[in-house]
Design a binder for this molecule. Structure first.
Ligand code: ZN
Ligand code: ZN
Length: 252
């Protein structure tokens, strides 16, 4: 009896309702189970800990890590990232075929293989208790940047999304007194460890053709002076190119 009735229910189910249920479930997963804390002894935690600490030169003043969270990106966000990578790969293949000089650089090869994927850091802030005591849910506060980025990716920026080769440089990109100044909002720091499809990296923003820049990302401009480059910084123009994978909650 039960088999028959459940079978009937399946047949009669409105496909759009099934779809709606599926997408509600996905939404629930991506918002309520967005992160999980990596535990001591977890090899992943060790690796993230090491790459986070590497860039800090003053070993006596290492930042205090409160917790390391793994981000469970939704299928939708993962698909966007992989689609972007495929677009970069096929563009690189076309460009090289067109150039036909036979002189492919190492970077061109990387573009064709994996879109020139790099590991980068982006420092941001958050207001909620993400990841604390097993809290895996994203909040919906407008000014909670970390939750916003994890929920819907980075926002496009005219000057590019700033990513850094070391966590220390990423840390420096945010004012030192941000926690003190916004203490009334309970602002805390979060370092995002991101996979970035850098594609073709351009060097000089001054000569770039805006219509067909020929690059997918750009080396940062040094604060030291005009025309100077900052190799540690990579500016990314397409938000899909950046996939945050871990959150490190820390303080200095
Ligand atoms: Zn649930
Ligand atoms: Zn939040």
């Amino acid at each position: 009896m039960t088999r028959t009735s459940s079978g009937l229910a399946r047949v009669n189910a409105d496909p759009s309702q099934v779809f709606q249920k599926q997408s509600l479930l996905e939404q629930h997963q991506s918002v309520k189970h967005a992160v999980s804390e990596l535990r001591d002894g977890d090899s992943g935690k060790n690796i993230v800990w090491i790459i986070f600490n590497t860039g800090w030169t003053d070993k006596n003043k290492l930042p205090k890590i409160h917790r390391i969270l793994k981000i469970h990106n939704s299928q939708k966000i993962l698909a966007k990232f992989e689609d972007f990578r495929e677009a970069v790969k096929s563009k690189a293949t076309r460009d090289i075929a067109r150039a036909a000089s036979g002189a492919t650089t190492r970077r061109d090869e990387r573009c064709i293989v994996d879109g020139n994927e790099l590991l980068r850091f982006h420092c941001t802030t958050f207001l909620c208790n993400l990841g604390q005591h097993g809290n895996s849910a994203l909040c919906s506060q407008v000014y909670c940047s970390a939750c916003g980025i994890i929920r819907s990716g980075f926002s496009p920026k005219l000057d590019g999304i700033s990513t850094f080769a070391t966590s220390w440089r990423a840390h420096e990109a945010i004012p030192n007194d941000v926690e003190a100044e916004f203490a009334f909002m309970n602002v805390k720091r979060a370092m995002l460890v991101c996979r970035v499809v850098a594609g073709r990296v351009g060097c000089d923003p001054m000569v770039a053709d805006k219509e067909d820049p020929g690059f997918d990302s750009l080396v940062g401009r040094s604060s030291a002076g005009m025309g100077k480059m900052d190799d540690d910084e990579l500016l990314v123009f397409n938000p899909r190119a950046v996939l945050p994978c871990f959150v490190i909650v820390y303080s200095v």
